[in-house]
Every structure is written in C-alpha cells, then in structure tokens.
Design a binder for this molecule. Sequence first.
Ligand code: PHE
Length: 354
Amino acid sequence: MPEAPARLTEIRGEGEAAIEAAGSAAELEELRVRYLGRKAELTQMLRSIGELPPQQRGPVGKGANEVKRALEGLLDSRTSALAASELDERLRTDAIDVTLPGDPPAAPGHLHLITETRREIEDVFLGLGFSVAEGPEVEFDYYNFTALNHPPDHPARMLADTFYFTDEVLLRTHTSPMQVRAMEETEPPIYIIVPGKVYRRDSDATHTPMFHQVEGLAVDDDITLGDLQGVLLEFARAIFGAERDIRLRPHYFPFTEPSVEVDVSCFACNGTGTLDRGARCNLCKGSGWIEILGSGMVDPNVLGFVAHNGYDPERVQGFAFGMGIERIAMLRHGVPDLRLFFENDVRFLEQFGR
Ligand code: PHE
C-alpha cells in the first residue's frame, strides 16, 4: 500500500478541519467515533499493518499513530474548550440580578366562612359577658348522653346515628357534653359558649358527617327563660340585623326543661313572608320565621350530676342553647348546599372571608 502515507495526510486534514468546525459536545463525540472508532479508516489501517510488506510497516505504523494522537489531542482540547465556553454562557444567562425587586408576595389566604362566622358569633357573646371554652371531640358516652339525661333508648344513642369507638367512647354528637364538663371544672355562676366540631352519621345536601356548633350555657341564681330570650334576641340582631325579632316555640330536648326552638324573623321579607311584588318569600317559605337554634332551661337532672360542685338544682338554675354554625352561615350568605363548605373549591371559598 504505497499510497498509505498520502491517505494518512488526507485523513488528518479532513479530521482536523471537521473537529475545528464542530460546535457542540455531541458533534465532537460523533467525530471521535468517525475518526478513531472501531470501524474508522485509521483504526482499520493500524489493525492491518501486519499485512503490509515489512519495509512499509515501520513508517506507516508510525505515521498512523501520529495522526491518531494528533486527532485525539485536538478532540480533547476542543471538548474542554467547548465545555468551558458553555459554562461561561450559562453563567452569563443564569446570572441573578440581585438589585431587582423580589417576586411579588403570593396573595394572602383568608379565613374560611365557617371560621369567620364562628368568630363573629364568639364576638357577640364575649360582648355579653360569656367566655369561650372548648372540649374534646372524642367523648365519653357519659358526657355526651348519660349526664345529659338521655334515656337509654334515645335515637341519638343508636349505632345508626353516632360514631362509636367503644361502647363508652364516641365522637361527640353535639357540643352539649361541655355543659357538664364545664360545670365540673367551675363553680357557679358560669357563662360560657363552646364552639367546636360535632359528628353524626348523616350525609346529604343539608347534613355532613362533621359540622360545627356553638353551645351556650348560663347558670346563676335566678336565671329565667326571660334571660334566655334577651340574650338570644341580642344575638339574632347582631348577626341578622337590628330589625330582627325572635320567637320561642315549645320543643323537646332530654337535657332542657322546658325546651324551646328559636326562630328569627325573616331578613329577606322582613318577617312578612311576602316579597315586594307579592311573591312568597323563599327563604322562610312564606312563614316570616326561620329556625336558628335549640335551647331551654337546664334540666334539674343535669344539674344533679354536678350538685357536688355548687350546682344544687334547688339553688341555681340556668339556660342552654346550641346552634349550627353552617346553618347560620348558609342563611346569611344564601349558600344552597352544606357540602360546599367542605369541598374546598376555591371558586366558592374565595367569595367569602375578605
Ligand atoms: N345539643 C342540641 C342539638 O345538638 C341543641 C341544644 C343545646 C338544645 C342546648 C338545647 C340546649 O340538637
């Protein structure tokens, strides 16, 4: 192969030109394979040196090795030069201008409508001299039912209505168990409200398995149903407007006697049941009244469970009430479905709490 040295010069020239022209690490890798890989012409020449006439082996082998080293060296230096300039470029474009103002702060969140409503209710009663107490959501059957004078066969005690952990431990079905807990802790007089979560085995447009209540309890000398009425009238006006009235309807709860349900005069039709153009008011269904809570005078049997702490039913008496926070919020804001509160759809939530 007398032409071998000439071919080597060609390979070297072509290879060097291609390597100089390459603009990326990937291109350089391709060239490395093309000129120095297993199937490269140069590699084949080196491999078949043994087939040459003996006097050519020395010069061709030496020449081929020289070309190989030259191309390798050039590939290596071009590769590192390219890496360095890519790094320079990245440093230049990724540079942070620390003199620019920071990102605008994310829009702050806001209170959930239930939290906002709870706080408004608390504010009303704080203004009337009540303090806020909280109690456990996992409760003993004793506080949830027994000490609240629930007969053994009361439907609320049934498995179908209440979440039980054991026969004696359950998720409280109302905030009323705090009545007896608070009276065990504090001698009379006592004026408290108890906001919190409660649980029932219910689920539809107007019932969720968890919801919120606010309990109220006032026990002192000479508390009467008139005091209850005055407190609740004040509450109704603070929440539903200064024009509101309330009415008490006889009802039944195991732990109050007498028991009453309390209605507020409708704020959509001003208690008339009829809208401006004579149409029936939808909110109160034409009755002029909207039910807002249950209440009554604390049953002497309940006081009997805490008589040892000064709650002698012969000496003190009191009233209690319980309302659903969701119900109050739905009425005030025209929320059509209770489940909206807990689906966490921001399109709903962001309309409130600003
Ligand atoms: N605990 C009752 C309920 O959840 C409400 C209530 C509270 C009634 C206090 C009377 C007195 O339905």
